[in-house]
Write a protein that binds this ligand. Structure first.
Ligand code: ADP
Ligand code: MG
Length: 149
């Protein structure tokens, strides 16, 4: 199932993150793609907030992976620079972990990921507007249905 949504403001992005935060489960994988500035990190910030994570989430570009502790941990990755840093990264610990993995630029490591992911592709429309395409394997069907309502 695939749906396309328009986010007319950050408030809409926050609402989307909120719906998803209500459905998180251990081992969930959310793959984000879209150009720089399209809203991947902003979405993740609101997701963390809605998951009750107290720490401020920031862009992990220079650290690849950052763990935010909460009732469910959030593993935030940005693999944009993985090529520079090298491929020698232990992904299994968090991808099959106890928490929720959110991976910015996930297509870069698609071959290393399970097929069971929820993918969000952001695109820039204008200053405050973004489009997002949401697609997922069977196990994410229900979440996508909730988002579309
Ligand atoms: N509807 C929206 N959703 C998300 N971000 C938005 C929206 N409108 C404007 N923005 C702004 O766009 C920028 C997105 O940056 P960021 O989330 O860091 O993008 P990315 O991680 O994809 O590079 C932020 O400055 C944010 O405030
Ligand atoms: Mg980012």
């Amino acid at each position: 199932m695939k749906i396309d949504i328009r986010l007319n403001s950050e408030k809409d992005t926050e609402k989307l993150a909120n719906i998803i935060a209500n459905e998180v489960f251990p081992g969930m994988i959310i793959g984000l793609s879209g150009d720089l500035g399209s809203g991947k990190t902003t979405f993740t910030k609101y997701l963390a907030k809605s998951m009750g994570i107290k720490d401020n989430l920031n862009s992990p570009t220079f650290t690849i992976l950052k763990t935010y502790e909460g009732k469910l941990n959030l593993y935030h990755m940005d693999v944009y620079r993985l090529e520079d840093i090298g491929y020698d990264y232990e992904l299994d610990d968090f991808i099959y972990g106890e928490g929720v993995a959110v991976i910015e630029w996930y297509p870069y490591i698609k071959t290393m990921l399970p097929n069971q992911i929820l993918s969000l592709t952001f695109s820039f429309v204008d200053e405050f507007t973004r489009d997002v395409s949401i697609e997922g394997s069977d196990q994410y069907e229900e979440i996508i249905q909730k988002i579309s309502h």
